[in-house]
Design a protein around this ligand. Structure first.
Ligand code: CDP
Length: 221
């Protein structure tokens, strides 16, 4: 990223509202938006489609290196094929944390994400390790969170399903994402923690816009 670019990193656990808030924020700030979770989901889908066992780290790493992933305007394509709906299904969701713990996969995704940031004057990027690893010099790092019950309720509202089962699966994925050795989901000392449990999307977006403006103000000072 260049010294003048605006990178807003939005990290946090499943269902914390990252996608909704990151998209709205990008619109407000007139920046592009990147959903890095879709990239890990795309690799997971590609590996499953090729019959590669997700715990075969070498083979899954080869899949990540061999495919072309395009994430734009809410759609995700792998080698030119739109997989946007498939990557949100339960099979990919239950395998994605295993693929995301693969260091070779992470290396490939990290390079793609940094290249995405370098190609534009900035962006809003959501994920798990954006502020900690991918863009440690981001203009602003936000860690979005909410209680597991609220997060499960939101997910059920979006895609349906049983509340208890959804909460159990979210807690399990959080645990895997937070306890892996490579780029775990953690807050960093310089991230702003925002709890979205009892707050509207607009309120949270406004708070983040104010924080970004504050960062630019302190740069100019
Ligand atoms: O939308 P949801 O919160 O369910 O998850 P996602 O953002 O689509 O991410 C799916 C999975 O990808 C996460 O559970 C992580 O295992 C992984 N991921 C990651 O490891 N690092 C990122 N920067 C983004 C996602």
């Amino acid at each position: 990223m260049s010294a003048t670019s605006t990178i807003v990193a939005i990290d946090g656990p499943a269902g914390a509202g990252k996608s909704t808030i990151a998209k709205a924020l990008a619109k407000r700030l007139e920046l592009d938006y990147l959903d890095t979770g879709a990239m890990y989901r795309a690799v997971t889908h590609a590996a499953i489609e090729r019959g590669v066992p997700l715990d075969d780290a070498v083979a899954v790493g080869e899949v990540a290196r061999g495919i072309t992933i395009l994430v734009t305007d809410g759609r995700t394509c792998v080698d030119g094929v739109d997989v946007s709906d498939l990557i949100r299904g339960t099979i990919v969701t239950s395998g994605v944390s295993t693929v995301a713990a693969n260091s070779e996969v992470r290396r490939v995704m990290r390079d793609l994400q940094r290249a995405w940031g370098d190609e534009r004057p900035g962006g809003v990027i959501e994920g798990r390790d954006i502020g900690t690893i991918v863009f440690p010099d981001a203009t602003l790092k936000v860690y979005l969170t909410a209680s597991p019950r609220v997060r499960a309720q939101r997910r059920v509202g979006q895609v349906g399903g049983d509340l208890e089962e959804t909460e159990r699966s979210i807690v399990e994925r959080d645990h895997k994402d937070s306890s892996r050795s490579d780029s775990p989901l953690v807050t960093s000392a310089d991230s702003v923690v925002v709890d979205t449990s009892d707050r509207s999307v607009d309120e949270v977006v406004e708070e983040i816009v104010t924080l970004v403006e504050g960062r630019h103000g302190s740069e100019r000072a």
